[in-house]
Design a protein around this ligand. Structure first.
Ligand code: C2E
Ligand code: MG
Ligand code: MG
Ligand code: MG
Length: 279
């Protein structure tokens, strides 16, 4: 009858609406993946830099290079959105090579010999010849390997742990330092630290932020700082947004900090202190 017909009709309309939304998301992702393939040649990438400071002295320790994609129609697209697509499509290999080369070339022109930290995707570690690329880029740019810090996440060890460890040992042999990024939010954290002599632990920003209101976050922050001390590895706290958070980190003996309170990611021309630019 009519009521039956009506409800069936509604259901099929709802399904088709859902399917259309799915299809649209897939198409958007597909279009973005295609644009990503041309973005390098079209010069749509730039690097922003975010300062990393010593908590005790306030001295600049280094700058983390963060990739920015200026899409002609969509404007600035977050790396949180396009890095996963670049990893799925393999574009990350060429893009990551550009990031490494550009960050090292730019750092080589800085007036002060601060470190530059570059994020490496697990896909690069497993599928690219990272030691070979590093050797070439360090020679090309003249940057001292002591000034380069590579940030990797624990997910690097999931696909092929043996290969990852082999690559990272070769990287360290070049004199480049290695940091474990987003520590505490992945899994197998302790095993990762046991497996490889990292030079720095970057504790994820969520612990710094939540330490204000959550005793659990505070306890975890303290434990990671104690762990770093026992292992002899300095800890950098990410995501420091307020003076109170920085004061807490100082009281807890955290070595380094990074976050909006200390400096937002920005083009190097603006990230560089005035005094240094004058030189
Ligand atoms: P990440 O390496 O953990 O970088 C830190 C992220 O936190 C950056 O986001 C930074 O802008 C943001 N951040 C810094 N301070 C604060 C703060 O005080 N509060 C908050 N809420 N956020 C803060 P961004 O630039 O959007 O990058 C997101 C992620 O994308 C990075 O996380 C990294 O995993 C990835 N990424 C960025 N650039 C590259 C790259 O060149 N290569 C690869 N493979 N991944 C990259
Ligand atoms: Mg990072
Ligand atoms: Mg991080
Ligand atoms: Mg992150």
């Amino acid at each position: 009858d009519m009521a039956m017909y009506q409800s069936k009709h509604d259901l099929s309309r709802r399904i088709s609406f859902y399917e259309q939304a799915m299809e649209r998301a897939t198409l958007e992702r597909f279009a973005l993946a295609q644009d990503l393939g041309r973005a390098l040649d079209l010069g749509q990438f730039t690097l922003h830099y975010q300062v990393q400071k010593s908590v005790a002295s306030g001295d600049i320790v280094g700058y983390e290079a963060l990739l920015r994609w200026n899409h002609p129609l969509q404007g600035s697209i977050s790396p949180a959105v396009f890095i996963p697509i670049a990893e799925e499509t393999g574009h990350i290999l060429a893009i990551g090579e550009w990031v490494l080369r550009t960050a090292c070339a730019e750092a080589a022109t800085w007036d002060a010999p601060h470190k530059v930290a570059v994020n490496l995707s697990p896909v690069q570690v497993i599928n690219a010849d990272i030691p070979g690329l590093l050797r070439a880029v360090l020679v090309e740019t003249g940057l001292s390997p002591k000034r380069l810090d590579l940030e990797i996440t624990e997910s690097t060890f999931i696909a092929d742990k043996a290969k990852a460890l082999r690559v990272l040992r070769q990287v360290k042999a070049l004199g480049v330092s290695l940091s474990i990024d987003d520590f505490g939010v992945g899994y197998s954290s302790f095993d990762t630290l046991r497996s490889f002599p990292f030079d720095k632990i970057k504790i994820d920003g969520c612990f710094t932020r939540d330490a204000d209101r959550s005793s659990e976050a505070r306890a975890i922050l303290r434990s990671v700082l104690a762990l770093g001390r026992s292992l002899g590895i300095p800890v950098l706290a990410e995501g420091v947004e307020t003076a109170d958070q920085l004061a807490r980190l100082r009281a807890e003996g955290c070595a380094e900090a990074q976050g909006y309170h200390l400096g937002k990611p920005m083009p190097m021309e603006r990230a560089r202190p005035i005094a240094m630019r004058a030189g």
